[in-house]
Design a protein around this ligand. Structure first.
Ligand SMILES: NC(=O)c1ccc[n+]([C@@H]2O[C@H](COP(=O)([O-])OP(=O)(O)OC[C@H]3O[C@@H](n4cnc5c(N)ncnc54)[C@H](OP(=O)(O)O)[C@@H]3O)[C@@H](O)[C@H]2O)c1
Length: 288
């Protein structure tokens, strides 16, 4: 991909022919309407076009309100419309077909955004039959126009193989997993990329836990960027869709400005070598 392709207006094509924004705003643990408005208005004003929420985060309502208030505000200088924004949300638990259909409808209602652009099974927990049953619900919701794109999150290779072997009507477009230089998940990400499944990187900033690591700070110095920009660029150069979370306006803007940080192959390898399988939150990729 060309260097200039790594900007907030860049998109990546998914397997149903549509595209998703290459860098998106994460909103895990963002709560309160005022904080959400501030983050979402700053992000959309800066050029972000995607927001990653979840039923689990209990903030779909706040995200939806913030998006809608942005669209009708003077901050909307680019005259964006609802269809210009990618709203992602996720199913909390793989309980049943009907519970999934209900959750999808509830997420749409909570957000007030009319439909969901990208809907993910948040994890593989629940066992094989529940995963496949809930995936059928996602397929049917896509058929009814409630969801545009279906995907999964925290699925390991065996979960993906099992879903692909079930001859689904819809192949998952995305697998969202924790990925950063300290947890590279290279086997899983290579598998996804080979199957045409886009890898979304959650925790791309390692939750702020490694900003002062000597390799990160020395490479950030070398490329005259911030440690966060270095981490985001690492993600992009591997072909992932990073979802950096911030509620801090200058950081939201900084995290989207990575087009002129080009990490050389040699330094990409140095960063890859930092892998310590660091799990910052949860790792369900090996569950049954
Ligand atoms: N599918 C899943 O299971 C799953 C799990 C976890 C997360 N996610 C998604 O992925 C998103 C990102 O992951 P995450 O929230 O866990 O962590 P993250 O994006 O790796 O890190 C967020 C932390 O980094 C700080 N930060 C942001 N920009 C910075 C900068 N430029 N310089 C220094 N610090 C900076 C933030 O602080 P401030 O906000 O205070 O600025 C926050 O403390 C989530 O928000 C969520 O949407 C998905």
């Amino acid at each position: 991909m060309a260097q200039s392709a790594y900007s907030l207006s860049s998109t990546v094509k998914v397997n149903n022919g549509s595209s998703i924004p290459l860098i998106q705003l994460g909103v895990y643990m963002v709560s309160g309407q005022e904080t959400m408005n501030h983050a979402v208005h700053t992000a959309l004003g800066a050029g972000y076009r995607g927001i990653d929420s979840a039923e689990w985060y209990q903030n779909e309502r706040e995200v939806g309100r913030a998006v809608r208030s942005f669209l009708s505000s003077p901050d909307n200088k680019a005259s964006l419309r609802r269809e210009d924004i990618e709203f992602t949300t996720k199913l909390k638990s793989n309980i049943s077909y009907s519970a999934t259909r209900k959750s999808i409808k509830r997420s749409i209602e909570e957000s007030g955004l009319g439909y969901i652009d990208l809907y993910l099974l948040h994890s593989p927990y629940g066992g094989k039959s529940k995963r496949l049953e809930c995936w059928r619900a996602v397929e049917d919701a896509i058929g009814e126009g409630e969801i545009k794109i279906g995907g999964v999150s925290n699925f390991g290779i065996k979960h993906l193989e099992e879903l692909l072997a079930s001859t689904p009507r819809v192949t998952p477009a995305v697998n969202q997993v924790e990925i950063h230089p300290f947890n590279t998940q290279s086997k899983l990400s290579k598998f996804c990329q080979k199957k045409g499944i886009v890898v979304q990187a959650w925790g791309p900033l390692v939750r702020g836990m490694r900003m002062e690591h000597h390799t990160i700070s020395s490479l950030a110095k070398k490329y005259t960027c911030s440690p966060a920009q270095l981490l985001i660029r690492w993600s992009l150069q591997h072909g992932y869709v990073p979802l950096p979370k911030s509620v801090t306006p200058h950081r939201i803007i900084e995290n989207g400005q990575v087009h002129d940080v080009e990490i050389e192959a040699f330094d990409m390898e140095k960063l890859d070598a930092l892998d310590e399988h660091l799990v910052t939150d949860w790792d369900p990729t090996n569950t049954d």
